[in-house]
Design a protein around this ligand. Sequence first.
Ligand code: SF4
Length: 91
Amino acid sequence: MKTRTRPLLGDWEWQAEAACRGMDSSVFFSPAGERGPARRRREETAREICRSCPVSDPCARFAQASQQYYGTWGGYTETERRAAARVRNRK
Ligand code: SF4
């Protein structure tokens, strides 16, 4: 009988090197009702951390593959990921 289980560690190993490891997640996820300049400032802070992150590529791929709806992952905000998904879905 074939099994569909597979080792999962490889899916998560990249997180050990994450620049955001141990940081407050509120930098990457917006609080309810956040808008305008406050949102832009928080997202730019998150992007800046992601730019220095050695695992930004696997992080961005993970967010895309698992369809993360919220937060900044791999330097991409949720708005940017949704826009990219719309473009991909049109093809
Ligand atoms: S790319 Fe950004 S969100 Fe992803 S692990 Fe690195 S610091 Fe964290």
